[in-house]
Every structure is written in C-alpha cells, then in structure tokens.
Design a binder for this molecule. Structure first.
Ligand code: ADP
Length: 363
C-alpha cells in the first residue's frame, strides 16, 4: 500500500469485505486518520460506507485487511472491547428510560460508581446542551434533541473513536443545518476522533477535516474539503462533489506548446503540471470546469456558443450554453453583472475560464 511509514492513530490497511457479490462491497480500502480528526466517509448509496463502518464497530469481520489503532489490529477484538461510541440515523434510544438513564446505560455496563456516573452524565448533558432535560422521556423530545441524547450516550463512555452513521438524515432540513454545527462543535470540544458516514456532499464539505470519497467499494480520493472540491483526483470525485462540466478535448501542440482543442476551438492553455500522466499529442482528454468558473464575454478569444437556457435562481443566474458540436456547458453568473446581461436566451456568446480553474483527466 502507498501509506506513509509514520504510525497513524488509526490506519485502515487494505480493508476488504465480500458479501459474495460480483465485486467486494469494500475493496482494499487504505487510509490513515490522525488523533482528533473528523473524517467523512462519502459516496453514493451502495458504495460500501456502512459496510466499512460495521467492520469498525465489530459487527462484520473483514474478509481481508486490518484496522490498526495505535498500531494494534482490532479486527479480532469483539465489539464490546473496542471502546467505540456509535450513533445511528435511528437514534435507538430506550423509550422507557429517561434521558439521564439512557445516557448512563453504557456507564452501568462498565460498572462506573454512582458519584462518577452522575458527574459524567451531567457533563455529557452539558456537552450536548440538554441540561434541563435529564428527567424527560425520549418521546417528550424533538428529533434534534433525541439525536443529541444519542450523541451524549455515545460520548459519555469517553470512546477512542466516535462512529456516526448518517446521523442527520432523519431530521428536517433546518434542524439538519443546525445539528451539523452542533455535532462539529461537540466533536471539537471533546477531541474524539470521529468517522462520519454520509451520502450528502454538502454535509461532508461543511463538517469534515478530511473526506474519504468512495465509489464501488474503492477509495477514489481522500483530502480536505478544498482539496476534493478544487483538486478532484478523478472525474468521479469532480462529478460527485459539487457541479462539474465535462468537456472532451484533444491534446495538440502549437509551436511546441500544449493546447487543448474542442471541435476546432482552443480552450484556455493547460499549465505544465495540469496534464494527466502519459498524455501526448493526439491524446483524448476530459476537461472539467465548475459552472461558477465560466465567464461569458462579448468578444475576444475562447469558445463560442449559443445561450439555450437561462434560469434565475435568486443568488445566481444559471445559463446553459450550447457549443457548435452540441455539447452543453452550464455557467453560474451573478445577477446584475455585465455577463448576465450578455446571456440572453438565443444569443451568441464567447466563453472563457482561468487555466487554474480546470482539471484535466484522461478520457
Ligand atoms: P452504503 O452504506 O455506501 O450505501 P453498503 O455498505 O450498505 O453501502 O453496501 C455496499 C454494497 O454491498 C452494496 O452493493 C450492497 O448492495 C451490498 N450489501 C450490503 N449489505 C449486504 C448484505 N447483507 N448482503 C449482500 N450484499 C450486501
């Protein structure tokens, strides 16, 4: 594996799980997690996120590979010996117990003394801002409050790792936004290393220190939100995180300088390190550019196209431009800008973008 030699807090090494389908559900997954990091496991439904989390939790034994915590492989350790806090999308609170009793449950199992138990429950309640709710039953709480109880129950045992499995997906949109910040705030204050499973790119971008993007059981890229968004390593990542235009182009050379050509039109020039490895004259490439990076202009160089759609979305105007070969590009423009005024339905326009705003992949 291409993992660095330094010992990480958590090292996932070639982790694999095979349900016996056409391909393994999790396929040789490898990456490191630092102490206190908040890592997102992001990908479409069926990419293997839950299976990975279940191997962490000890609910599934890997077909192959290791999960090392401080150098110790935990895969043969039973779930209850792993010192994990688990929060699921269904909060799974005990309905007949009070909030305080729910939170204390794991401490009872660990035979924590009465006084320490009371003080730890109180401090967990403070951490999730539910001080006044200790005596309530779960049915007397809102969805967001129930999820906070589930988090308090997970962190009260002072776990080494917190596993969050789509914890926000049962909440309505407004609560979900609030809870994003709350969960991140609780995690920052407690410093617990956290693995957060989500299929929601917005959630991953706003909450995580780093995001591991998965596709069909494999790791596509791991990086900070800015890295996976701005420096997508693969077309899959570019398309899955944020919106992306993909434009086919051929690599040409003019006076020894590489040029990207689409249907006879020259695109902004690629930088020396922008081309994919092995690309040479005549290579077919795929150029990715974000809608917000495309600029419309009245004249000058760049591509030519016709505005075929113009939609006002409030903070932006979304414009679709059809190129002569039939390919469409979506641009996001600021309302009241000069270029928005240019982009009238049916009009001809030129378009352009900064070289640094494109990513170039092998086609
Ligand atoms: P995600 O959490 O990303 O939606 P999962 O880890 O649940 O993905 O599933 C990964 C793959 O494994 C999917 O193709 C899914 O159909 C398959 N899978 C999940 N659970 C089982 C199971 N119990 N038996 C067989 N296949 C399964």
């Amino acid at each position: 594996m291409n993992l660095p030699a330094s010992p990480a807090h958590i090292r996932i090494d070639s982790l694999t799980f095979d349900y016996g389908g056409a391909r393994p559900a999790v396929d040789a997954l490898s990456f490191d997690i630092a102490k206190g990091e908040f890592i997102g496991l992001l990908g479409p439904s069926g990419c293997g996120k839950s299976t990975t989390l279940r191997m962490f939790a000890g609910l599934l034994a890997p077909t192959a590979g290791k999960i090392l915590i401080d150098g110790q492989d935990i895969v043969s350790r039973p779930s209850w010996k792993r010192n994990l806090g688990l929060v699921f999308q269904s909060y799974a609170l005990f309905p007949h117990m009070s909030v305080a009793q729910n939170i204390a449950f794991g401490l009872h199992l660990r035979k924590v003394g009465k006084e320490e138990l009371a003080s730890r429950v109180a401090s967990a309640l403070r951490a999730v801002r539910l001080e006044g709710f200790a005596a309530r039953r779960p049915s007397e709480l809102s969805g967001g409050q129930q999820q906070r109880v589930a988090i308090a129950r997970a962190i009260v045992i002072e776990p080494e790792i917190l596993l969050l499995d789509e914890p926000l997906s049962n909440l309505d949109a407004r609560l979900r936004d609030e809870m994003r910040f709350e969960i991140r705030d609780i995690q920052s204050r407690t410093g617990i290393t956290t693995l957060f499973v989500t299929h929601d790119q917005q959630e991953a971008l706003t909450m995580c220190d780093r995001i591991a993007v998965m596709n069909a059981g494999r790791l596509e890229q791991i990086g900070t939100p800015a890295e996976v968004y701005d420096r997508a390593a693969t077309p899959f990542v570019a398309n899955f995180i944020g919106r992306a235009n993909m434009l086919p182009a051929v690599l040409a050379k003019a006076a020894g300088v590489p040029q990207l050509v689409h249907q006879g039109m020259t695109l902004p020039a690629p930088g020396p390190t922008d081309l994919p490895p092995g690309a040479s004259e005549g290579s077919e490439l795929s150029v990715m550019v974000r809608p917000h990076a495309i600029r419309l202009k009245a004249g000058g160089g760049g591509l030519t196209g016709r505005v075929t759609r113009r939609v006002y979305v409030g903070n932006i105007i979304e414009v679709e431009v059809e190129l002569p070969g039939g390919q469409n590009l979506v641009a996001e423009l600021r309302p009241n800008s000069e270029e928005a005024a240019l982009a009238q339905l049916g009009s001809e326009t030129r378009l352009d973008w900064q070289s640094s705003d494109m990513r170039i992949f092998a086609a």
